[in-house]
Design a protein around this ligand. Structure first.
Ligand code: ASP
Ligand code: MG
Length: 422
């Protein structure tokens, strides 16, 4: 008998019909002789709707109250799912994150899991029940307040429970048949990736592939939990994320896929005096403001002026905070001005094979050039090359890179079953 953790995203439980269909799938897994723990997200676009509602009553809702509101979304779906399972003649018990033992720190809206004590889940399983857990939420160890893990956090809940319960597999159900070589909404001929390493999947997630939360993959890697990403709308095998087994029969693909991200913005600090410690001041100010930076570029200073420009990218949602923080130290640093551009997009080529294959960079840049797209910034890791381009060029650049590395399937494989992509 295996212990299976299954996570169903919002589009899989968008309405009553969907909930009933998912209930059947869960019951089938149980009947096949498994212990089943289910993590569920809020129905459809509920979370976005609740955020809209909050913004209508307050431009800056207190974090504690926003978390209280948003966690209600998952409570609705967990209870409905438990009822639908009961209606099929099986016992199911729903639990909030707090009841399931998901203990977090106290940063509302982006809490980190610090411990999982799933005693009540274990007892439910021991009694032969199916346990349903509300995703994306926990309880703060210090304040005992309800917290949320950040958008898309239900994946992390699922992996954290799988680790704490020593599950055999964590299945993440979504509205596509797995992880694709590019977003099928942009590249219809994208291919399903049958298996991918944690390392590559982490880069994909960090570079904007929305299919999995980055923290969920980090967590799975740390505890070595195999993840199976698949569709709740079909019976097909999806994508397995696990450590690549050595000497596996298939030769490793050089490139796994092309990811894109439209959610970042670019800040340029113009005319920074070229002296020791200026970059340190700029980046301390930003880190004190709690901002996570992505790419950073500093040009060589023009000898004539003794000044240089420093550009960096960050989540566009942090743009205003960054500008305010930097303007406060304008005099102290002595830079000339700030430029802000949120009409950018980042395209990333990811593949563990690029470590040992020269020429990948040249091919990538040629493909982008042939598509007539101008590159604004470049950054690389051992297994990734990313470029920043104008947001209008994202589709062209993704399509060109995907084609250049021969990732296109002969026929359309990708089916997008649901979701609004919101
Ligand atoms: N419902 C939450 C969200 O939409 C959490 C999740 O779906 O994972 O972000
Ligand atoms: Mg959701």
């Amino acid at each position: 008998m295996a212990l299976v953790v299954q996570k169903y995203g919002g589009s899989s439980v968008a309405d009553a019909e969907c909930v009933k269909r998912v209930a059947q799938r869960i019951v089938a897994t149980k009947k096949a002789g498994n212990d089943v723990v289910v993590v569920v997200s809020a129905m459809g676009d509920t979370t976005d709707e609740l955020i809209d509602l909050a913004e209508q009553v307050s431009p800056l809702p207190p974090g504690r109250e926003l978390d209280m509101l948003l966690t209600a979304g998952e409570r609705i779906s967990m209870a409905l799912l438990a009822m639908a399972i009961a209606n099929l003649g099986h016992e199911a018990r729903s639990f909030t994150g707090s009841q399931a033992g998901v203990i977090t720190d106290d940063s509302h809206g982006k809490a980190r899991i610090i411990d999982v004590t799933p005693g009540r889940i274990r007892s439910a399983l021991d009694d032969g029940s199916i346990a349903i857990v509300a995703g994306f939420q926990g309880v703060s160890q210090n304040s005992k307040d309800i917290t949320t893990l950040g958008r898309g956090g239900s994946d992390t809940t699922a992996v954290a429970l799988a680790a704490a319960l020593d599950a055999d597999v964590c299945e993440i159900y979504t509205d596509v048949d797995g992880v694709f070589t590019a977003d099928p909404r942009i590249v219809p001929t994208a291919r399903r990736i049958p298996s991918i390493s944690y390392e590559e999947m982490m880069e994909m997630a960090a570079c904007g592939a929305k299919i999995l939360h980055l923290r969920c993959v980090e967590y799975a890697r740390r505890y070595n939990i195999p993840i199976h990403v698949r569709s709740s709308f079909s019976q097909r095998t999806g994508t397995w994320i696990a450590d690549s087994t050595e000497g596996s029969e298939m030769e490793q693909a050089i490139i796994s896929g092309v990811a894109h991200d439209r959610s970042e913005a670019k800040v340029t600090v113009v005319g920074v005096p070229d002296k020791v410690g200026e970059a340190a001041t700029i980046f301390s100010v930003l880190s004190d403001a709690g901002i996570n930076l992505d790419m950073i570029v500093q040009n060589v200073s023009a000898a004539a002026t003794g000044r240089t420009d420093i550009s960096f990218t960050l989540p566009a949602t942090d743009g205003q905070t960054a500008l305010t923080a930097l303007n406060k130290v304008k005099e102290r640093i002595g830079f000339e001005s700030l430029q802000y551009d949120d009409r950018i997009g980042k395209i990333s080529l990811i593949g563990a094979g690029m470590r040992s294959h020269p020429g990948v960079t040249a091919k990538f840049f040629s493909a982008i050039a042939e598509a007539g797209v101008n590159i604004e910034m470049i950054s690389t890791s051992e297994i990734r090359i990313s470029v920043v381009v104008s947001q209008d060029d994202v589709e062209a650049a993704v399509t060109a890179a995907h084609r250049a590395f021969e990732l296109d399937a002969d026929q359309v494989e990708a089916v997008v079953y649901g979701g609004t992509g919101r």
